[in-house]
Design a protein around this ligand. Structure first.
Ligand SMILES: Nc1ncnc2c1ncn2[C@@H]1O[C@H](COP(=O)(O)OP(=O)(O)OP(=O)(O)O)[C@@H](O)[C@H]1O
Ligand SMILES: [Mg+2]
Length: 361
Protein backbone atom coordinates (compact mmCIF):
# COMPACT_ATOMS: atom_id res chain seq x y z
CA UNK A 1 0.00 0.00 0.00
CA UNK A 2 1.25 3.48 -0.79
CA UNK A 3 2.46 5.53 2.17
CA UNK A 4 0.43 8.50 1.07
CA UNK A 5 -3.24 8.08 0.34
CA UNK A 6 -3.76 11.62 -0.91
CA UNK A 7 -1.37 14.26 -2.22
CA UNK A 8 -2.48 17.70 -3.26
CA UNK A 9 0.17 19.68 -5.08
CA UNK A 10 -0.33 23.37 -5.83
CA UNK A 11 -4.08 22.83 -6.02
CA UNK A 12 -6.18 25.86 -6.99
CA UNK A 13 -9.77 26.56 -7.95
CA UNK A 14 -11.07 29.93 -9.09
CA UNK A 15 -14.68 31.04 -9.23
CA UNK A 16 -15.11 34.16 -11.36
CA UNK A 17 -11.35 34.83 -11.06
CA UNK A 18 -11.47 34.70 -7.26
CA UNK A 19 -9.48 31.84 -5.74
CA UNK A 20 -11.71 29.62 -3.58
CA UNK A 21 -8.74 27.28 -3.12
CA UNK A 22 -5.35 28.90 -3.51
CA UNK A 23 -2.27 26.74 -4.22
CA UNK A 24 -2.78 24.12 -1.55
CA UNK A 25 -0.09 21.55 -0.83
CA UNK A 26 -1.18 18.72 1.43
CA UNK A 27 -0.16 15.11 1.97
CA UNK A 28 -2.43 12.72 3.84
CA UNK A 29 -0.86 9.46 5.02
CA UNK A 30 -2.58 6.12 4.46
CA UNK A 31 -4.88 5.42 7.40
CA UNK A 32 -4.70 9.00 8.66
CA UNK A 33 -7.66 11.01 9.92
CA UNK A 34 -7.14 14.55 8.67
CA UNK A 35 -9.53 17.39 9.30
CA UNK A 36 -9.96 20.55 7.26
CA UNK A 37 -11.06 23.23 9.68
CA UNK A 38 -11.87 26.82 8.88
CA UNK A 39 -14.55 29.48 8.73
CA UNK A 40 -17.44 29.44 6.27
CA UNK A 41 -16.31 30.09 2.71
CA UNK A 42 -12.60 29.29 3.25
CA UNK A 43 -12.62 26.56 0.57
CA UNK A 44 -13.15 23.31 2.49
CA UNK A 45 -15.97 21.85 0.37
CA UNK A 46 -14.28 23.02 -2.83
CA UNK A 47 -11.14 21.11 -1.80
CA UNK A 48 -13.14 17.92 -1.11
CA UNK A 49 -15.02 18.26 -4.39
CA UNK A 50 -11.74 18.42 -6.31
CA UNK A 51 -10.39 15.33 -4.52
CA UNK A 52 -13.66 13.50 -5.26
CA UNK A 53 -13.53 14.56 -8.91
CA UNK A 54 -16.72 16.64 -8.89
CA UNK A 55 -14.79 19.81 -9.68
CA UNK A 56 -11.83 20.26 -12.03
CA UNK A 57 -8.90 22.18 -10.53
CA UNK A 58 -7.61 25.28 -12.33
CA UNK A 59 -4.07 24.42 -11.34
CA UNK A 60 -2.22 21.67 -9.54
CA UNK A 61 -2.30 17.92 -9.28
CA UNK A 62 -4.08 15.34 -7.14
CA UNK A 63 -2.50 11.97 -6.46
CA UNK A 64 -4.30 9.08 -4.84
CA UNK A 65 -2.11 6.22 -3.60
CA UNK A 66 0.80 7.73 -5.52
CA UNK A 67 -1.06 7.91 -8.85
CA UNK A 68 -2.23 11.08 -10.56
CA UNK A 69 -6.02 11.07 -10.91
CA UNK A 70 -6.26 14.32 -12.84
CA UNK A 71 -7.81 12.52 -15.81
CA UNK A 72 -9.81 9.99 -13.79
CA UNK A 73 -13.58 10.51 -13.49
CA UNK A 74 -15.14 10.57 -10.06
CA UNK A 75 -16.52 7.03 -10.04
CA UNK A 76 -13.10 5.53 -10.79
CA UNK A 77 -11.30 7.27 -7.94
CA UNK A 78 -12.07 4.74 -5.20
CA UNK A 79 -13.40 7.47 -2.95
CA UNK A 80 -16.42 7.48 -0.66
CA UNK A 81 -18.11 10.73 0.20
CA UNK A 82 -20.55 11.76 2.89
CA UNK A 83 -22.11 15.10 2.02
CA UNK A 84 -22.94 18.02 4.26
CA UNK A 85 -26.70 17.34 3.80
CA UNK A 86 -26.57 13.48 3.52
CA UNK A 87 -28.11 13.61 0.00
CA UNK A 88 -29.98 10.33 0.47
CA UNK A 89 -32.40 9.33 -2.30
CA UNK A 90 -35.82 9.90 -0.68
CA UNK A 91 -37.75 7.52 -2.96
CA UNK A 92 -35.40 4.60 -2.28
CA UNK A 93 -35.31 2.34 0.75
CA UNK A 94 -32.36 2.48 3.11
CA UNK A 95 -30.99 -0.75 1.60
CA UNK A 96 -31.28 0.61 -1.96
CA UNK A 97 -29.58 3.82 -0.91
CA UNK A 98 -26.67 1.82 0.45
CA UNK A 99 -26.63 -0.49 -2.58
CA UNK A 100 -26.49 2.39 -5.04
CA UNK A 101 -22.69 2.65 -5.40
CA UNK A 102 -22.37 -1.11 -5.81
CA UNK A 103 -25.01 -1.21 -8.55
CA UNK A 104 -23.19 1.61 -10.34
CA UNK A 105 -20.06 -0.52 -10.17
CA UNK A 106 -21.97 -3.53 -11.53
CA UNK A 107 -21.30 -5.73 -8.51
CA UNK A 108 -23.19 -9.07 -8.63
CA UNK A 109 -26.55 -9.15 -6.84
CA UNK A 110 -25.80 -11.70 -4.10
CA UNK A 111 -22.65 -9.80 -3.22
CA UNK A 112 -24.59 -6.52 -3.09
CA UNK A 113 -27.06 -8.07 -0.64
CA UNK A 114 -24.25 -9.35 1.54
CA UNK A 115 -22.26 -6.13 1.53
CA UNK A 116 -25.30 -3.93 2.18
CA UNK A 117 -26.19 -6.07 5.22
CA UNK A 118 -22.59 -5.81 6.40
CA UNK A 119 -22.49 -2.04 5.97
CA UNK A 120 -25.80 -1.53 7.80
CA UNK A 121 -24.55 -3.73 10.60
CA UNK A 122 -21.36 -1.65 10.80
CA UNK A 123 -23.39 1.51 11.51
CA UNK A 124 -25.84 -0.30 13.83
CA UNK A 125 -28.78 -0.14 11.41
CA UNK A 126 -29.47 -3.82 10.78
CA UNK A 127 -33.21 -4.24 10.35
CA UNK A 128 -33.71 -0.73 8.93
CA UNK A 129 -33.11 -1.74 5.30
CA UNK A 130 -36.73 -1.55 4.18
CA UNK A 131 -37.45 1.89 5.60
CA UNK A 132 -37.48 5.11 3.63
CA UNK A 133 -35.06 7.88 4.74
CA UNK A 134 -38.12 9.97 5.71
CA UNK A 135 -38.94 7.42 8.41
CA UNK A 136 -35.54 7.82 10.11
CA UNK A 137 -34.16 10.22 12.69
CA UNK A 138 -31.40 12.65 11.72
CA UNK A 139 -28.75 10.49 13.35
CA UNK A 140 -30.00 7.37 11.59
CA UNK A 141 -29.97 9.16 8.21
CA UNK A 142 -26.46 10.25 8.94
CA UNK A 143 -25.48 6.65 9.52
CA UNK A 144 -27.17 5.54 6.27
CA UNK A 145 -25.07 8.13 4.45
CA UNK A 146 -21.98 6.73 6.16
CA UNK A 147 -22.94 3.12 5.27
CA UNK A 148 -23.55 4.15 1.66
CA UNK A 149 -20.05 5.60 1.47
CA UNK A 150 -18.37 2.71 3.33
CA UNK A 151 -20.02 -0.09 1.35
CA UNK A 152 -17.86 0.52 -1.72
CA UNK A 153 -14.84 -0.04 0.52
CA UNK A 154 -13.14 3.17 -0.53
CA UNK A 155 -9.49 3.67 0.28
CA UNK A 156 -10.32 7.30 1.05
CA UNK A 157 -13.48 8.55 2.72
CA UNK A 158 -14.37 12.24 2.46
CA UNK A 159 -16.77 13.60 5.06
CA UNK A 160 -18.23 17.08 4.67
CA UNK A 161 -19.58 18.32 8.01
CA UNK A 162 -21.05 14.87 8.61
CA UNK A 163 -22.28 15.66 12.10
CA UNK A 164 -23.44 19.25 11.77
CA UNK A 165 -27.17 18.45 11.77
CA UNK A 166 -27.09 16.34 14.90
CA UNK A 167 -27.67 17.37 18.49
CA UNK A 168 -24.69 17.47 20.82
CA UNK A 169 -25.18 14.05 22.44
CA UNK A 170 -25.66 12.26 19.11
CA UNK A 171 -22.79 14.19 17.57
CA UNK A 172 -20.45 12.95 20.26
CA UNK A 173 -21.70 9.37 19.83
CA UNK A 174 -21.29 9.47 16.03
CA UNK A 175 -17.91 11.09 16.39
CA UNK A 176 -16.79 8.12 18.46
CA UNK A 177 -18.33 5.63 16.01
CA UNK A 178 -16.59 7.22 13.04
CA UNK A 179 -13.18 7.20 14.71
CA UNK A 180 -13.68 3.60 15.88
CA UNK A 181 -14.62 2.53 12.33
CA UNK A 182 -11.75 4.48 10.89
CA UNK A 183 -9.23 2.67 13.10
CA UNK A 184 -10.84 -0.73 12.59
CA UNK A 185 -11.08 -0.50 8.81
CA UNK A 186 -7.86 1.49 8.36
CA UNK A 187 -9.59 3.92 6.00
CA UNK A 188 -7.96 7.25 5.24
CA UNK A 189 -10.43 9.96 6.16
CA UNK A 190 -10.57 13.64 5.32
CA UNK A 191 -13.29 15.39 7.27
CA UNK A 192 -14.47 18.96 6.91
CA UNK A 193 -15.81 20.79 9.91
CA UNK A 194 -16.04 24.24 11.34
CA UNK A 195 -16.48 22.82 14.82
CA UNK A 196 -13.08 23.13 16.44
CA UNK A 197 -13.96 20.86 19.37
CA UNK A 198 -14.82 18.11 16.92
CA UNK A 199 -11.58 18.67 15.02
CA UNK A 200 -9.50 18.48 18.19
CA UNK A 201 -11.30 15.31 19.32
CA UNK A 202 -11.02 13.11 16.23
CA UNK A 203 -8.08 14.16 14.09
CA UNK A 204 -4.58 12.81 13.70
CA UNK A 205 -3.81 16.16 12.11
CA UNK A 206 -5.77 19.35 11.51
CA UNK A 207 -5.31 21.66 8.52
CA UNK A 208 -6.55 25.10 9.44
CA UNK A 209 -7.75 26.91 6.34
CA UNK A 210 -8.15 30.61 5.77
CA UNK A 211 -9.17 32.23 2.49
CA UNK A 212 -8.36 29.21 0.35
CA UNK A 213 -4.98 28.52 1.94
CA UNK A 214 -3.76 26.16 4.63
CA UNK A 215 -2.60 28.46 7.37
CA UNK A 216 -1.35 25.77 9.75
CA UNK A 217 -1.08 22.00 9.75
CA UNK A 218 -0.42 19.90 12.82
CA UNK A 219 -1.84 17.65 15.49
CA UNK A 220 -4.43 18.93 17.97
CA UNK A 221 -1.84 19.68 20.61
CA UNK A 222 0.45 21.70 18.36
CA UNK A 223 -2.23 23.83 16.71
CA UNK A 224 -3.79 24.64 20.08
CA UNK A 225 -0.59 25.16 22.07
CA UNK A 226 1.51 26.70 19.32
CA UNK A 227 -0.65 28.69 16.95
CA UNK A 228 1.57 30.19 14.27
CA UNK A 229 -0.65 33.16 13.49
CA UNK A 230 -3.27 35.36 15.10
CA UNK A 231 -5.90 33.78 12.88
CA UNK A 232 -5.15 30.29 14.19
CA UNK A 233 -4.91 31.47 17.81
CA UNK A 234 -8.30 33.10 17.40
CA UNK A 235 -9.96 30.28 15.48
CA UNK A 236 -8.87 27.33 17.62
CA UNK A 237 -10.16 27.71 21.15
CA UNK A 238 -10.72 31.02 22.83
CA UNK A 239 -7.97 33.62 23.10
CA UNK A 240 -7.56 36.96 24.84
CA UNK A 241 -5.75 39.68 22.93
CA UNK A 242 -4.04 42.48 24.81
CA UNK A 243 -2.68 45.32 22.63
CA UNK A 244 0.94 46.47 22.64
CA UNK A 245 3.77 47.97 20.58
CA UNK A 246 7.04 46.28 19.63
CA UNK A 247 10.13 47.85 21.24
CA UNK A 248 12.65 45.40 19.86
CA UNK A 249 11.76 43.32 16.83
CA UNK A 250 12.68 39.74 16.05
CA UNK A 251 12.80 37.05 13.40
CA UNK A 252 9.99 34.48 13.29
CA UNK A 253 10.20 32.20 16.30
CA UNK A 254 12.37 34.60 18.32
CA UNK A 255 11.60 36.67 21.36
CA UNK A 256 10.58 40.28 21.12
CA UNK A 257 10.13 43.02 23.66
CA UNK A 258 6.70 44.60 23.70
CA UNK A 259 5.33 47.59 25.57
CA UNK A 260 1.86 46.93 26.95
CA UNK A 261 -0.30 48.07 29.82
CA UNK A 262 1.40 45.27 31.76
CA UNK A 263 4.78 47.01 31.23
CA UNK A 264 7.59 45.77 29.01
CA UNK A 265 7.41 42.05 28.32
CA UNK A 266 9.75 39.77 26.42
CA UNK A 267 7.71 37.08 24.72
CA UNK A 268 7.77 34.56 21.88
CA UNK A 269 6.77 35.86 18.45
CA UNK A 270 5.81 33.06 16.00
CA UNK A 271 6.13 35.52 13.09
CA UNK A 272 8.77 38.20 12.39
CA UNK A 273 8.07 41.60 13.95
CA UNK A 274 9.63 45.03 13.49
CA UNK A 275 10.15 47.71 16.12
CA UNK A 276 7.16 50.04 16.30
CA UNK A 277 4.65 47.47 14.99
CA UNK A 278 1.21 47.36 16.62
CA UNK A 279 0.81 43.91 18.12
CA UNK A 280 -1.39 41.86 20.39
CA UNK A 281 -0.39 39.50 23.17
CA UNK A 282 -2.42 36.31 22.92
CA UNK A 283 -3.19 34.35 26.09
CA UNK A 284 -5.75 31.59 26.64
CA UNK A 285 -8.48 32.14 29.28
CA UNK A 286 -7.39 28.99 31.15
CA UNK A 287 -3.81 30.30 31.38
CA UNK A 288 -4.82 33.56 33.05
CA UNK A 289 -5.32 33.38 36.80
CA UNK A 290 -6.46 35.64 39.59
CA UNK A 291 -3.17 36.33 41.35
CA UNK A 292 -0.10 38.39 41.48
CA UNK A 293 2.69 35.92 41.02
CA UNK A 294 6.32 36.90 41.32
CA UNK A 295 7.23 34.59 38.43
CA UNK A 296 4.44 35.68 36.09
CA UNK A 297 5.60 37.65 33.05
CA UNK A 298 2.28 39.31 32.43
CA UNK A 299 0.50 41.05 35.27
CA UNK A 300 -2.65 43.00 34.64
CA UNK A 301 -5.08 44.69 36.93
CA UNK A 302 -8.72 45.29 36.25
CA UNK A 303 -12.31 45.16 37.38
CA UNK A 304 -14.61 42.16 37.29
CA UNK A 305 -17.46 42.84 34.86
CA UNK A 306 -19.40 39.58 35.15
CA UNK A 307 -19.19 35.86 35.70
CA UNK A 308 -20.63 33.35 33.26
CA UNK A 309 -21.24 30.12 35.12
CA UNK A 310 -20.89 27.12 32.76
CA UNK A 311 -21.12 24.20 35.13
CA UNK A 312 -17.67 22.65 34.89
CA UNK A 313 -16.03 26.07 34.70
CA UNK A 314 -16.74 29.77 35.04
CA UNK A 315 -15.74 32.49 32.58
CA UNK A 316 -15.02 35.78 34.25
CA UNK A 317 -14.93 38.91 32.10
CA UNK A 318 -12.48 41.49 33.40
CA UNK A 319 -11.95 45.03 32.12
CA UNK A 320 -8.26 45.85 32.43
CA UNK A 321 -7.07 49.27 33.58
CA UNK A 322 -6.30 50.25 29.99
CA UNK A 323 -9.73 49.12 28.81
CA UNK A 324 -9.25 45.67 27.21
CA UNK A 325 -11.78 43.03 28.15
CA UNK A 326 -10.22 39.65 28.91
CA UNK A 327 -11.76 36.35 29.93
CA UNK A 328 -10.41 34.23 32.77
CA UNK A 329 -11.47 30.60 32.88
CA UNK A 330 -11.60 28.94 36.27
CA UNK A 331 -12.32 25.21 36.52
CA UNK A 332 -15.02 24.20 38.99
CA UNK A 333 -12.93 22.33 41.52
CA UNK A 334 -15.10 23.40 44.44
CA UNK A 335 -12.33 25.61 45.78
CA UNK A 336 -12.05 29.24 46.84
CA UNK A 337 -14.92 31.52 45.70
CA UNK A 338 -14.29 33.85 42.76
CA UNK A 339 -13.97 37.61 43.29
CA UNK A 340 -17.25 39.51 43.26
CA UNK A 341 -18.47 41.68 40.37
CA UNK A 342 -16.93 45.18 40.42
CA UNK A 343 -14.02 43.94 42.56
CA UNK A 344 -10.58 45.12 41.57
CA UNK A 345 -8.45 42.10 40.71
CA UNK A 346 -4.91 41.20 39.68
CA UNK A 347 -4.37 38.79 36.79
CA UNK A 348 -1.21 36.87 35.97
CA UNK A 349 0.07 34.69 33.12
CA UNK A 350 3.41 32.97 32.57
CA UNK A 351 5.60 34.07 29.66
CA UNK A 352 5.40 30.56 28.18
CA UNK A 353 1.63 31.00 27.88
CA UNK A 354 1.81 34.27 25.92
CA UNK A 355 2.48 34.85 22.21
CA UNK A 356 2.90 38.08 20.25
CA UNK A 357 1.12 38.56 16.91
CA UNK A 358 0.72 41.49 14.54
CA UNK A 359 -2.51 43.31 15.34
CA UNK A 360 -5.19 43.09 12.63
CA UNK A 361 -5.29 46.18 10.40
N1 LIG B 1 -20.06 26.96 -7.77
C1 LIG B 1 -19.58 28.09 -7.26
N2 LIG B 1 -19.61 29.24 -7.96
C2 LIG B 1 -19.10 30.39 -7.47
N3 LIG B 1 -18.51 30.50 -6.26
C3 LIG B 1 -18.45 29.39 -5.52
C4 LIG B 1 -18.98 28.13 -5.96
N4 LIG B 1 -18.74 27.21 -4.99
C5 LIG B 1 -18.13 27.86 -3.99
N5 LIG B 1 -17.94 29.16 -4.29
C6 LIG B 1 -17.25 30.17 -3.45
O1 LIG B 1 -15.97 29.64 -3.11
C7 LIG B 1 -15.65 29.92 -1.76
C8 LIG B 1 -15.36 28.63 -1.01
O2 LIG B 1 -16.56 27.87 -0.92
P1 LIG B 1 -16.63 26.48 -0.17
O3 LIG B 1 -17.96 25.90 -0.41
O4 LIG B 1 -15.45 25.65 -0.55
O5 LIG B 1 -16.50 26.95 1.36
P2 LIG B 1 -16.54 26.10 2.71
O6 LIG B 1 -15.22 26.30 3.36
O7 LIG B 1 -16.96 24.70 2.42
O8 LIG B 1 -17.67 26.87 3.56
P3 LIG B 1 -18.84 26.32 4.52
O9 LIG B 1 -18.19 26.10 5.87
O10 LIG B 1 -19.80 27.47 4.56
O11 LIG B 1 -19.44 25.09 3.93
C9 LIG B 1 -16.80 30.71 -1.20
O12 LIG B 1 -16.48 32.09 -1.28
C10 LIG B 1 -17.95 30.38 -2.13
O13 LIG B 1 -18.89 31.43 -2.21
MG1 LIG C 1 -18.75 23.59 2.88
Amino acid sequence: MADNAVELIGLSKLFADIPAVDRIDLTVATGEFLTLLGPSGCGKTTTLNMIAGFLTPDAGTIRLAGRSVDRLPSFRRDIGIVFQDYALFPHMSVADNVAFGLKMRRVAKPEITRRVAEALDLVHLSGFGERRPMALSGGQRQRVALARALVIQPTVLLLDEPLSNLDLKLREEMRLEITTLQRRLGITMIMVTHDQGEALAVSDRIAIMNKGRIEQLGDAHSVYENPGSRFVADFIGQTNFVPGTVREGTQAGGECTVTTEAGNLTLLAPQALQAGAKVEIAVRPERLRFATAADAAMQLSGTVLRHVYLGDHTETHVRTTAGSVVVVRTGNHGEAPLPAENDTVALAAAAADCRVFTAPA
